[in-house]
Design a protein around this ligand. Structure first.
Ligand code: PGA
Length: 241
């Protein structure tokens, strides 16, 4: 894993956007894996800036998002679908037909998991996956547990994740407790991965990812087994390294 430390989140946003931009320029039909959360916002802002300046054309790329809440409609202002449109897709020339997020619509959400992995495979697999990391070391919504979950699955969010997400909702009762998420196996199949982390709250998880055992107690630690991962950190997130 390559580790780059920057002073500011905006620099991380630019650096990550530059890697994504290079991928799009060298392969205009590339498949990107995208993440939600606060950390990728500067990355998306930089991608929008590249688009506004005429540097990037998104018209033929395809994207798959990592995860989505279960039981939250796509029009809900906290759905990850809305997040992606508000912060990126509505600001660039991406074809909405080329955008996919997991969407549990069946009476049994488990039935929507395998088709999501199949759709990624059918698109040729993910060329570049953007990831954040949870305070508890999760990647996507793969929470700390006893085994690395392989494919897309339904997950009960841990108390620490519900707590971290409550800033987006009126009260903790409103925070969804279940999500559909790409598995660790789905993520590890990506040909290249960028993981970004900012702020002191991420410092322990970042330490475990880089220096701890490769163990599903810190799901992000699995990334050390991937051949092409770059971690972009700010000084606070890197403070325990
Ligand atoms: P954040 O979330 O970017 O909002 O901190 C990251 C994550 O939980 O994966």
């Amino acid at each position: 894993m390559k580790v780059q430390v920057y002073d500011e989140a905006s620099q991380i946003g630019k650096a990550a956007a530059m890697l994504i931009a290079a991928k799009i320029i060298t392969n205009p039909r590339c498949v990107l894996g995208l993440a939600t959360g606060s950390t990728p916002l500067p990355t998306y802002a930089s991608l929008v800036e590249f688009y506004d300046k005429g540097i990037l054309d998104f018209s033929t790329i395809r994207t798959f998002n990592l995860d989505e809440y279960v039981g939250v409609s796509r029009s809900h202002e906290q759905s990850y679908y809305r997040f992606m449109f508000d912060n990126l897709f509505s600001k660039i020339n991406i074809n909405p037909d080329n955008v996919q997020l997991p969407n549990p619509i069946s009476a049994n959400p488990e039935d929507d998991c395998e088709p999501y992995d199949a759709a990624i495979e059918a698109a040729g697999g993910i060329d570049l996956q953007l990831l954040g990391i949870g305070n508890n070391g999760h990647i996507a919504f793969n929470e700390p547990c006893g085994v690395f979950p392989f494919g897309t699955h339904i997950v009960d969010l841990t108390e620490s994740t519900v707590e971290a997400n409550k800033r987006f909702f009126d009260s903790i009762e409103d925070v969804p407790k279940k999500a559909i998420t790409m598995g660790v196996g789905s993520i590890m199949k990506a040909r290249e991965i960028i993981i970004i982390a900012t702020g002191k709250a991420k410092a322990e998880a970042v330490w475990s990812m880089i220096n701890g055992e490769v163990n599903p107690v810190c799901p992000a630690s699995v990334l050390r087994l991937h051949a092409k991962v770059t971690a972009f950190l700010d000084r606070e997130a890197a403070s325990l390294l």
